[in-house]
Design a protein around this ligand. Structure first.
Ligand SMILES: [Zn+2]
Length: 481
């Protein structure tokens, strides 16, 4: 039934769903406008300058798969409360309300009936568009801002989001230039994203990250874009307490006789095998994919497989998001939400994975001490992620001529101590873990080549220190098992 209604034949390559088009939108926005004009309605409200009203509304408190339509109050409405024009978000349907227009009512009552299946046709048939959808997005964005960003994280948004529903096609996207998030009605692989709580949170998180200075745009590397996706998933997931993203919104046409592995039931998840979803020190597997759908294509009578996530910003982002989720499992949401936020504040359009981890480690140490820092180090190491840090004492010591390789080390470490100005001098060396505990010790002479067996050490980050006379030197290294 679904396929009959598709406007054109879909080829295998078209089947990949670029569901979240943040970067495309950002690219378009920044090339079209050298100095983007920010619409006045996206500017933050000066506090207390407007009365806010609440109005009755009806929403899915999570998504249609796990909740029923429920009557709620929509807080934060400005003016007479007759429009979805609020303190944190303005919402409307491009079809029902007009392009860029907020939704209005005549009686201030936003309780409408949902339709969980027909929205796909809304872009061409206005009779199936439901006013419910904009109300649902308004309530979720407003709730996410109040409960998570303001109350839990202490972040008061510096902008108002423009939420649009009834956009044609699969997926959703965010565009910082216009402060907007746009929710697609679905196509072959997805349902109406305006009814998916976690996708609403994911897109809004892109806007928050940008507002904090972590912007992506033209020429931004795939690692930086992956980080943006990862934090958008992580914050959505930590708020819902659910590592699966888009567990209602994903769909797949009937496969009929076609063979294949079971379809993935969610768009992405943060619970992933660390042996597969592993950064491998910058060489992750090229075959990483997620969100498989095996289907029978009626148009050309063939079996097809596709994935919802197959490009690097998404699959690499899943590695980072999974590492954050591992850390949340180990340390709890309170600490890890804080760490993720404070690290993300320090990220910018040039941040890569190594530097992002450096930010996380420095925040962990500064806020929670060396023990937590060590745990962050260990969890990320299990995902093949190691940091690059600007640690001045280490770099100056490296200049002293201490050579240490390979780094990361596996099993053994070679070290050359610098020549002493006055011939060979005895040197003492120790290796310490991140808590400063001595794990190995020995002696050598300056100029010597040492080979140290590190095979029995737990995986982690260590510091090699040597002292020869009045001279001391040290260098960090990573050890894998
Ligand atoms: Zn995204």
């Amino acid at each position: 039934m679904l396929l009959v209604l598709l406007p054109m034949q879909v080829h295998a390559q078209d089947a990949f769903c670029e569901w979240d088009r943040t970067e495309a939108a950002a690219r378009f926005g920044s090339s079209a406008l050298s100095a983007p004009t920010i619409p006045a309605w996206t500017l933050p409200l000066s506090q207390a300058s407007f009365a806010r009203r609440s109005a009755p509304g009806r929403v899915f408190p999570s998504d249609p798969g796990s909740s029923v339509p429920t009557d709620v109050l929509l807080p934060g409405l400005l003016g007479d409360g007759m429009a979805l024009d609020g303190e944190y978000v303005r919402a409307g349907s491009d079809r029902l309300d007009g392009i860029g227009q907020v939704m209005t009512t005549t009686d201030g009552d936003f309780r409408f009936a949902p339709d969980t299946s027909a929205a796909l046709l809304c872009p061409t048939d206005i009779s199936v568009c439901r006013a419910f959808d904009a109300v649902n997005v308004y309530w979720h964005v407003d709730r996410y801002v109040r409960e998570f960003w303001v109350d839990r994280m202490g972040v008061e948004p510096s902008f108002r989001a423009e939420a649009r529903v009834h956009i044609g096609g699969d997926g959703a996207f965010a565009d910082w230039t216009s402060r907007s998030q746009k929710m697609g009605v679905g196509d072959i692989f997805m349902k109406n994203t305006a009814l998916s709580d976690d996708l609403i949170y994911h897109e809004y998180t892109h806007l928050v990250l940008s507002s904090l200075g972590f912007e992506t745009g033209t020429g931004v590397s795939e690692q930086t874009r992956a980080l943006h996706e990862a934090y958008a998933d992580y914050f959505a997931a930590t708020f819902t307490g659910e590592p699966r993203i888009g567990e209602w919104v994903v769909t797949c046409p009937p496969r009929q006789q076609c063979q294949g592995p079971p379809n993935d039931r969610e768009l992405r998840t943060l619970e992933l095998d660390p042996g597969i979803w592993n950064w491998r020190e910058g060489a992750p597997s090229d075959s990483l994919r997620y969100g498989i759908c095996t289907r029978f294509h009626e148009g050309d009578g063939k079996c097809k497989q596709s994935w919802n996530n197959y490009t690097r910003p998404y699959v690499w982002g899943m590695i980072w998001a999974a590492a954050l989720w591992d850390l949340r499992t180990a340390l709890g949401a309170e600490q890890v939400d804080r760490l993720a936020l404070e690290a993300a504040r320090r990220h910018d359009s040039t941040t890569d994975f190594a530097r992002a981890l450096g930010h996380l480690l420095e925040e962990a140490e500064g806020r929670f001490g060396p023990n937590v820092r060590g745990q962050v180090e260990t969890v990320f190491l299990e995902r093949g992620l190691t940091a690059s840090m600007d640690v001045s004492v280490e770099s100056s010591d490296q200049d002293a001529g201490l050579e240490l390789w390979p780094n990361p080390a596996r099993g053994s470490l070679s070290i050359r101590l610098p020549d002493a100005p006055s011939g060979h001098l005895a040197a003492e060396w120790v290796i310490r873990d991140l808590l400063g505990r001595e794990v190995l010790r020995g002696t050598a002479r300056s100029g010597d080549l040492l080979s140290v067996d590190t095979g029995q050490l737990p995986a982690g980050v260590y510091r090699f220190e040597a002292r020869s006379g009045a001279r001391s030197m040290r260098q960090m290294f990573v050890h894998f098992r």
